[in-house]
Structure formats: structure tokens, C-alpha cells
Design a protein around this ligand. Structure first.
Ligand SMILES: Cc1cc2nc3c(=O)[nH]c(=O)nc-3n(C[C@H](O)[C@H](O)[C@H](O)COP(=O)(O)OP(=O)(O)OC[C@H]3O[C@@H](n4cnc5c(N)ncnc54)[C@H](O)[C@@H]3O)c2cc1C
Length: 616
């Protein structure tokens, strides 16, 4: 153990270099323990850590590493040509900044994208967020929404330490088979220490986001295309970068179509940033930010209340003490201490601008969006009055609830449930406003269109099913039918993301061998239920006939289900080759956790018999 660095107070090992990683691997081999690496932790936890890992207890459950001390970036300018620029990033380098990096070492300045952009270079594509580390992103086959460009294609070489402690290097020229296995390896071949990417010249993106009813969408979403509308498959094929968000709830039925194309990089370009939630005020970035923060806070509050329904109603309404305490809190404390609220009330025009994106207020407002314009909403002078009002309303609702429960018992829950569904759809409909947003910004700021969504306020979980592109129309039709017939149990309260991925050469990429359309079903992470039991199985069953390969970083079907390991194995032509290389790279199964053993059906390693050289 002497050569192994000390474990950090956070329960992780933070090696400085390959030598320290090799020492950890040797020690893990000697002890027969697992080794895993955490990137930025955006995948489902079980896909990342050692089995039974709990924060702060890494020592007792194997070796969990964080490569925050290995984030150096090296440019290979000597070999750079007009269309090929190589850069090597150490594995722990984040693509952009990770705002929730537990080591607090990730900054925009030390991110890969900031550094290559300064050099005049770019990635040809990015995912919807850029918090990930270099190694974490590629290990699960993550990709942006494009059929013409991909991060996978941009990988030039991968360097890793295998399970015997040996340094491995693979590229298309050197060890091409190993390269195609290492391109998407789920952390099962070894610990990636560096990745070399082939960059392109930096560029900007010009695009639009158009929100319409599903009916009025400019794409023939469920048909073969015609009458001036492309089919969805054609749209994805013809559009450089695209992403659709489908809000399928009955009465909402909207489609948000984001699309972008490359334009030349111009340092003097007028930047018109894309704003996903909130409203853009071109002359007032602070106000834009405020609408974003308030929009996400409102979204978060809404989804938290919906996702924890009806528990909070019982807790709040059914429990007299909690109710009274809350009223008291509203009356006495909040009014005094909510500085932000007071600040807003002190600057009523700011608040008025911030809420003009709420349609009812906007409709009745004569405010033209210019700061200092007339204010059409009447705000109480003292915020504590508003909170008192909330407290009184709550008291009244509480009494109503008490009476209702006496009269109707369990029926009340049912009634509230039905009312809440109608209310939820009404709110979503107001939240997802028809309209068009145009934007123009640099590649690193626009391609990751979800980067501004907070992981804390709007934490989202997913199951994402990659289906051969040629089956797009069938899949859209079957999904529409399912949503129409299944009501809220099928649509959920969130949206479904639809995008594409380019064909990949990596054996375990879900787009190996052919381009795909991706059906990414969102789940608000603060919901009480477990989506892998309560929500996702219906989609795994529904899309089973369409040969889906699930995104490895997101929820996977149970291994022993009809879409489990048997189903997947048949869909990956190079499955066996990957498993053979895995065994060769990691004979002691240091990187195999219970999770991956189950999902990939990896048999226990057979202990090698001791070789005895007996004397004659
Ligand atoms: C909000 C959100 C948005 C997302 N958007 C997209 C998107 O647009 N497109 C898309 O395809 N995916 C998307 N994802 C999924 C995301 O890209 C993956 O979860 C990705 O793997 C996360 O990278 P990470 O750095 O967080 O790695 P982690 O999640 O920490 O790790 C991922 C895997 O890589 C392994 N690993 C990490 N570092 C190493 C290393 N050095 N050596 C060996 N193995 C290693 C881990 O053990 C784990 O198995 C999104 C996820 C979230 C939460």
C-alpha cells in the first residue's frame, strides 16, 4: 500500500499522473478490489462507481478515482493543417465548466472548449450540456444531435491503463481493433488517462427555435413528408444540428423544434444568445438572467409539487401543526428575511419585466419591454403582506381539505388527482408558448443548448432509446398512439426529446453501424417514484420491436427482461469481440461492478490455477 496515494477526505483518490494510477491498479489487484473513475457524475450512479459505493466510504468498497488533477491540455501545432488540428486532453479535463464539480477545480478557463476556442479551433459537435469530462463523455458513447458531425469521429487516439497496470495506446492506425473497443468502453477496459481529438476551425451557429402545436409543426412528424413538409427523417438528414422537444400531454400537444447551422466565425459578430427558459432582453443581460432564474425556479417548484403529489398535500393540509407553523412562518419570518423579494419590490419595473413572459400579464400590459415603462400589475408595497395573503389562503384551503376529507375520505384524493391532471396540462400549456426565437452565437455556447438548465433546480433523469433512422416514422406513429391512449400515465408531466446521432465505428456505440433517431424520455429527478419501475418499462416494451439500443449512461431495461442483455447482445454485432478484449485487458475484473456484470452478463473470472513446478 506504500506506493498508493492517500485517499481524499471526500472518499476519492485524486491521482496526479499515470504512475499513481498504475500503483492504485496494482494495489487493487493485490487486494482483489474494484477500481472505477467518476467523471462529472452525469450518468446513473451505478454505471459510474464501484459496487455498493457510498460517498465518503470509497476505501471500504474499492477504489473510486476522480481525475480532477489530470486536466492538462496539449496542442499539437506542429502537425496542424487547415482541416486537421490535434489536441490532447488529460481524461479529467471537463469539456466546458462543471458548475457542480465537487473538487471545485473546474473553471471555464481550464476547460477543453475554452482552450481550443482561444486557439481558433472547435469540436465539430457537442452534447446538449458540456459539464462532462473528456473520458466520461466518450466512455458512454455520448453524442450531440447531428447526422453530419460527431464527437466520436473527432477522437484521434485514446491512452489508458489496463487492468494489469500496462499503458495502452490505440488509434485508427495503431491497434485499430482496440481503438474501436475503447471508443465506447463503459470504464471496462481500463482507466483512460488522455484522449487526442481532431478539431475543426472554430465556427458560429445561427438558428431558430420554433414552438407550435404538433398539428402546425413545419415537419410531417408522423408521415412520409409531402406538401412542402419534410418527414422527420428527412428533416434530421437535411439539418446540420437539430433537436425536438415533444410535449405530448392531452390538451398541450406541442413541438419545440431547435435547429442550427454553421456560419463562419466572426469575433465582431452580434451575439444573440439562445435562451431556453426565460426571455431574452438584448439590451439587458441581467434581466435575461433574472427571467432564466425565475423561470427555472418556477419550473422546479411546479415539478416538485407535481412529482411529490399527493404527499405534500397530506403533510401540509392534513397536518394541522405543519399548516399552522407554515402560516406563522409566512407571516413572521419570510416577509422580514426575503431580501431578494424586497429588492424586487423596490424595483417594480424589473419585476414587471421579468413576469411579462407570463402571457396573461403580458396581454394586459402596456409595457413595451423598455426598462422604466409603465407598470400594469399592481404589487403590494410590502412583500410580507403578500406572504400573509398566501398564509391566509393556505389556512382556508386547509379548512376546505379537512371538511372534504370528512365528507369524501379517499374519494377526495381521486378527485384531487383528476383535477390536478387538468391543472398540470393547463400550466404546461402556458409554460410552452408558441413562437419563434432566432439566435446566433459561437459554437461552444449554442450547440450545448441545455447547458443553462440547472442540474440542481431542474435535475432530469432519462431513458434514451436509439432506433435505426430508417424506422423514424414507425416509431413516431407508435409513440403518438401510446400517448393518446395512455393519458398522463404515458405522457408523464415532462417532455420527450427527439434527436439523431451519426453512425459510429465504436463497437459498443448505440449508433454502431448505422445512423439513429433517439427517443429520450425525461423524468424530473425530484419525483418520488422510481422511473425504472413506474414509468420507463412501458417505453422499453413499446419500442422493443424497433431494435432500440439504449444510451449506456441513462436508465437501462432490467438485464433479465425481454429487452435486457439477451436483446442487446443480438443488436451489437461486435459484442463478443468487445467482451474478449475486455477479458484480455482486465483479466482480474477490477473494472467489473455488479451493475455492469448484470447488464452485460459478464461471468465471474475463473481463478487461475497456481502453476507448480515440482521438482523431479
Ligand atoms: C443534464 C444531462 C444532459 C445530458 N445530455 C446529453 C446529450 O446531449 N447527449 C448525450 O449523448 N448524453 C447526454 N447526457 C449523458 C452524459 O453525456 C453521460 O452521462 C456522460 O457519460 C457523462 O460524462 P461524465 O463526465 O459525467 O462521466 P460519468 O457520468 O461520471 O461517467 C461515465 C462513465 O465513464 C466512466 N469513466 C469516467 N472517467 C473515466 C476514465 N478516466 N476512465 C475510464 N472510465 C471512466 C465512468 O466510470 C462511467 O462508467 C446528459 C446527461 C445529463 C445529466
Amino acid at each position: 500500500m506504500s506506493d498508493v496515494i492517500a485517499i481524499g477526505q471526500d472518499g476519492f483518490y485524486h491521482p496526479l499522473n499515470e504512475q499513481q494510477i498504475i500503483a492504485i491498479i496494482q494495489e487493487a489487484r493485490a487486494r482483489g478490489q474494484q477500481v472505477r473513475v467518476r467523471g462529472s457524475g452525469h450518468s446513473v450512479a451505478a454505471a459510474v462507481y464501484t459496487s455498493n459505493f457510498q460517498k465518503g466510504m470509497a476505501r471500504s468498497s474499492g477504489f473510486n478515482l476522480m481525475l480532477d488533477q489530470m486536466r492538462a491540455v496539449t496542442f499539437h501545432e506542429e502537425t496542424a493543417t487547415e482541416d486537421s488540428m490535434l489536441v490532447t486532453a488529460e481524461a479529467g479535463c471537463n469539456l466546458g465548466q462543471d458548475p457542480h464539480d465537487p473538487s471545485a477545480t473546474s473553471t471555464w478557463a481550464n476547460s477543453l472548449f475554452a482552450q481550443i476556442n482561444d486557439k481558433g479551433w472547435a469540436f465539430p459537435d457537442t452534447g446538449g450540456i458540456i459539464h462532462q469530462t473528456v473520458a466520461g463523455f466518450i466512455s458512454t458513447g455520448s453524442a450531440g444531435g447531428s447526422l453530419t458531425d460527431s464527437v466520436g469521429d473527432a477522437i484521434h487516439a485514446i491512452r489508458f491503463i489496463d487492468g494489469t497496470g500496462q499503458v495502452r495506446y490505440a488509434s485508427r492506425e495503431t491497434n485499430p481493433e482496440l481503438f474501436r473497443a475503447a471508443g465506447v468502453s463503459l470504464g471496462l477496459l481500463g482507466i483512460i488517462t488522455a484522449v487526442t481529438f481532431r478539431c475543426v476551425r472554430r465556427f458560429a451557429i445561427q438558428g431558430t427555435e420554433v414552438t407550435t402545436s404538433v398539428q402546425d409543426c413545419a415537419i410531417d412528424l408522423f408521415g412520409p413528408g409531402g406538401n412542402g413538409k419534410p418527414s422527420l427523417q428527412q428533416f434530421l438528414e437535411q439539418t446540420e444540428y437539430a433537436r425536438l422537444l415533444w410535449w405530448p400531454q392531452q390538451g398541450v400537444e406541442k413541438m419545440v423544434v431547435w435547429q442550427g447551422k454553421r456560419i463562419p466565425y466572426d469575433p465582431n459578430m452580434k451575439v444573440e444568445p439562445y435562451v431556453e427558459i426565460g426571455r431574452r432582453f438584448d439590451n439587458d443581460p441581467l434581466l435575461t438572467l433574472l427571467t432564466q432564474v425565475l423561470g427555472q425556479a418556477a419550473g422546479s417548484a411546479f415539478y416538485t409539487l407535481v412529482g411529490t403529489w399527493p404527499q405534500w398535500v397530506h403533510a401540509l393540509m392534513g397536518n394541522r401543526e405543519i399548516r399552522l407553523a407554515f402560516q406563522d412562518f409566512c407571516k413572521k419570518e419570510v416577509g422580514k428575511s426575503t431580501r431578494l423579494l424586497q429588492h424586487l419590490f423596490d424595483r417594480p419595473t424589473l419585476l414587471a419585466h421579468a413576469i411579462t413572459h407570463v402571457p396573461e400579464v403580458a396581454e394586459h400590459s402596456s409595457d413595451n419591454g423598455t426598462p422604466g415603462g409603465p407598470l400594469s400589475v399592481t404589487l403590494p408595497a410590502d412583500p410580507s403582506k403578500l406572504l400573509e395573503l398566501v398564509g391566509s389562503l393556505l389556512a382556508w384551503l386547509g379548512k376546505l381539505y379537512d371538511e372534504g376529507e370528512k365528507l369524501f375520505g379517499n374519494e377526495l384524493d381521486k378527485l384531487l388527482g383528476e383535477l390536478s391532471e387538468a391543472f398540470i396540462c393547463w400550466i404546461i400549456d402556458k409554460f410552452v408558448q408558441d413562437g419563434t426565437q432566432t439566435f446566433q452565437d459561437y459554437w461552444y455556447a449554442t450547440l450545448p443548448m441545455d447547458n443553462q438548465i440547472s442540474d440542481v433546480r431542474m435535475p432530469t433523469e432519462f431513458t434514451e432509446l436509439w432506433v435505426p433512422l430508417s424506422r423514424t416514422q414507425e416509431v413516431m406513429q407508435v409513440l403518438r398512439k401510446h400517448y393518446e391512449e395512455g393519458g398522463m400515465a404515458a405522457t408523464g408531466t415532462y417532455s420527450c426529446e427527439i434527436y439523431s446521432a451519426k453512425q459510429s465505428e465504436y463497437w459498443l456505440s448505440p449508433s454502431y453501424g448505422e445512423p439513429v433517431v433517439r427517443i429520450d424520455i425525461f423524468w424530473f429527478a425530484y419525483n418520488l417514484k422510481d422511473p425504472s419501475l413506474s414509468y420507463y418499462p412501458q417505453f422499453w416494451k413499446l419500442l422493443a420491436p424497433y431494435d432500440f439500443r439504449p444510451h449506456w449512461a441513462k436508465y437501462l431495461p432490467d438485464a433479465d427482461s425481454a429487452t435486457g442483455v439477451g436483446y442487446l447482445r443480438a443488436l451489437y454485432p461486435k459484442w463478443q469481440e468487445f467482451m474478449q478484449l475486455r477479458e484480455q485487458m482486465d483479466p482480474g475484473q477490477l473494472f467489473v461492478t455488479d451493475y455492469w456484470r448484470w447488464h452485460l452478463d459478464i461471468a465471474e473470472a475463473v481463478p487461475k490455477k497456481a502453476v507448480t513446478t515440482s521438482a523431479a
